[in-house]
Design a protein around this ligand. Sequence first.
Ligand code: LFR
Length: 488
Amino acid sequence: TSSPRFAAVDLGASSGRVMVGRVGPDSLDLKEVHRFPNTPVRTGPTLHWDILALYAGVLEGLRAAGQVASVGIDSWAVDYGLLDADGALLGNPVHYRDRRTEGIAEQVWSRVPAHELYGATGLQYAPFNTLFQLVAARGTPQFAAARHAVLIPDLIAYWLTGELGTELTNASTTQLLDPRTGKWAHEVAGRVGIDLDLFPALRRPGDPAGLLLPHVLEETGLRGPVPVTAVASHDTASAVAAVPAAADADFAYLCTGTWSLAGLELDAPVLTEASREANFTNELGIDGTVRYLRNIMGLWLLQECLRAWRHPDPADLLAAAADAEPLRSVVDAGAPEFLAPGRMPDRIAEACRASGQPAPSTPAETTRCVLDSLALAHRRAVEDAQRLAGRSVDAVHLVGGGARNALLCQLTADACGLPVLAGPAEASALGNVLVQARAHGLLADRAEARALVARSQPPTRYEPRGGSARWRAAEERLIGRDRLGRGR
Ligand code: LFR
């Protein structure tokens, strides 16, 4: 008998893909059957997701996938669509890089002080947290007509099945959920005037999420019934689920792509004031785990440079960057000033000048500056996470698209002074498949799933090459010796 096939829909900030994963007792393989661009569209002042283009890509991908045992959907976090009383979409979902939330956090903090908000939700400050987006949207006619707020993967699932739900790992990024209980934070929501009934009922990774509707079967050529299974629908939660670590390993992870998400898997949230000040977040993973991590701008910095330079060959650029002077100048790759699109090479040069460092002037120099800065931010996050959670690690698992970037992997190993185990690059899609496989009785638990990834897609090992004093010096140049000294 052949191994069951699962379709993983994985929507990223720059492209979406449908992959087919085949899970056998001792094998796991993943094949991309369809990839499509995700191009945000600005109308007036507002940056939107082109959600119908994404949904069309999903349908085409399911057609290309052929008959599968189940479908799972993951995407970036925090964003949502509003539905009216008939279930019709009200406007295009707004992109988390849109500026409508500027100044909103301050309004919220005047009602619920930032430290109380952190204590109740465990979430880092980011201008795009769903809470702030909802407060920004409130008062518009569109919002007045809304009966449901549906997170992006749940919206795709709704169109496929007609069933509404709110998947837990993604709900944990809204800043409206209590990470200690996995239940909505009613008290906070009440104080800022957000109606939590807007969100459909919570469901967990592995829960059934309905069956493909007849017209979907017809459009995709699939034979029913085909179930949709809730996975860890936050792409980062799916990626962490696929980290190929042994059950007893003490590891940090870096999920690299448009963002770098750097942190630890914990049993309980860290809600201390020091953790809030360090802007660490407590999002939820599978099996009641906590993803204790920090958001770092990630390869977005490079993607935006490539766009500004009109897309030179990235391989040539990375080769030139590898030969460029190391650590000549670095920027704070965690700074929200890099969130919005546009003019990225200039903004990076300006940030270098502002901190008294030489401004990179060629694409190779700028690329080196970005990769050094990312590696440095990885180092800081891995160190801070260990200190704040009172844990220590002996390796860093680097998964996601950045695992294909050998220079980034090596620099990260050097900066962290730890071995980096790189891969799989398609961790989100793999995590998506693994949760479906487990829900279908093929895997016993998380440890077995990870062991299967480690066997079938062994990571590439990068050893640190020494020179930790140079990284420390670069860090001091950027942050200032005083601030660095604090708490260390
Ligand atoms: C990564 C990611 C991050 C989240 C950001 C915005 O794709 O999901 O985890 O903070 O996108 O949603």
